[in-house]
Design a protein around this ligand. Sequence first.
Ligand code: PMT
Length: 401
Amino acid sequence: MTSLQNFNVLLGITGGIAAYKTPDLVRKLKAQGANVRVVVTESAKSFVSPLALQAVSGNTVSDNILDPAAEAAMGHIELARWADILLVAPATANFIAKLANGLADDLLSTLCLATNAPIYIAPAMNQQMWFASATVENMQILETRGIGIFGPDQGEQACGEVGPGRMMEPEQLVSELGKVITHPILKGKRITITAGPTREHIDPVRYITNHSSGKMGYALARAAKLMGAEVTLVSGPVNITAPNVDKLHKVVTAEDMLNTVMKDIKDCDIFIGCAAVADYRPTESVDHKIKKSNIELTLTFVRNPDILASVAALKDGPFTVGFAAETQNVSEYAKDKLQRKKLDMIAANDVSQRDIGFNSDDNRLHVFWKSGDIQLDKADKLTLATQLLQLISEHFNDAQN
Ligand code: PMT
C-alpha cells in the first residue's frame, strides 16, 4: 500500500448509519499522513457530529454552500481545487442517484461537479436498495464516468437484513485508497496525451480507421491526473467516457489532431503519443457519396503528418514518448522508431495478440529509451499506465538535471 503522505483527501459524508464510523476513518487517513477536510450533508449530521469530525481532522467541517462565513474561509471552488481525491463514504442510494444525474443542490454534490480530482465512493445502504434497478443503473452510470467504487461489503446490516450494502470498514477503505493513489509525482507538470484512432474520410459516408478503442490513452490520462499532472487529452473518435481531465479536445482526422496538439505544445512538459494515427489519408475526400459501378474502384492515399515526430523535432519541446504498435519484430521496430523519430522513450506493444493491445482491457509493454529498456508485464491498462508514467517521471526528472 502507498502511504497517503501529504495527500489532500476531501471526505464527503452522507446520511447513512455507517456515517458513525467516519471519525475513525478520518483518524486512519491522518495516521497515513493525509490532510483531511470533511464535508457533511444535512442528513449526515443526524449520524455523526461535525464537532467530532472537526476534532479528529483538525479542520473546520463544511456543510453549507450558502454560508458566507464558511465560503470566506475556504470557498467551495477552492475546496474542490484543494482535493487530490474526493472520497464519499458512506455514499447513500440518494447521493448516488444525485451524482449519476449531476445534481448540485448542496455543498457535497456541488463539489463533485466542481472538482477535477478523481472521485471514489463507498456505497452503504440496505441490500434491497442496493439491488433496486434504479441504483443498479445509477451505479453503471458512475462506473462508465470513471468514478471509483469501494465495496459495498456483505454482512449483517443495521436494519437486521443480511446481504451486500455495508460500508467497507475504515481500515480497508484506507488500504484500498492506498492502492489507487499514487504519489503526486507529476504535480505541476503539464502533460498532453493523444488517444484513440483517427478517421480519414473517403466521402461523406465512408472513412478508413483502425481498431483503437482509446482505452490505453484514456488510462494514461486518468493515471496522470491521479499523479497530480495537469492533463490535456486529445482524442480521436471513441465510444468510451473520458476521464476527468483539465482539457479534452475531440478530433477526427490526423490533421485535426496535429493542429490541436501543436496549439498548446509550447506549454507542455511531457507529450505522450498513444493515438493510433492513420499513416495515410485518401488523396481526395470527395463531397458526395461515391456511387458503385461495375468497374474497379481505386483509391490513392497520401502520407499524413507524423504528429509524434513533429513534436519531437521542436526546439525546446516537451519530453516526448511514443507508442509502437507492432505485430512482428516488436523490439527491433520500436527501437528503430525511437531513434528515427528522435524520441525520449517508446512503449512497444504487440498488437497481434487478442488479449492485449487494441481494444482489450489489458496490455503488455516493452519500454525503450536511449540507454535501456524494461518489460512491463501483462496487466490492466490503468496499472500499466501508472507504471509507465512512473518511469516517464524518473526519466523526465533526470533530463531536467
Ligand atoms: O486504444 P486501445 O484500443 O487501448 O489500444 C492501444 C494502442 C494499441 C492503440 C496503443 O497502445 C498504441 O500502440 N498506440 C500507438 C499506435 C500506433 O499508431 O503505433 P505506430 O507504431 O503506427 O506509431 C508510432 C507512434 O507514432 C505512435 O506513438 C503514434 O501515435 C505516432 N504517430 C504515428 C503516425 C502518425 N501519422 N503520427 C503519429 O504521431
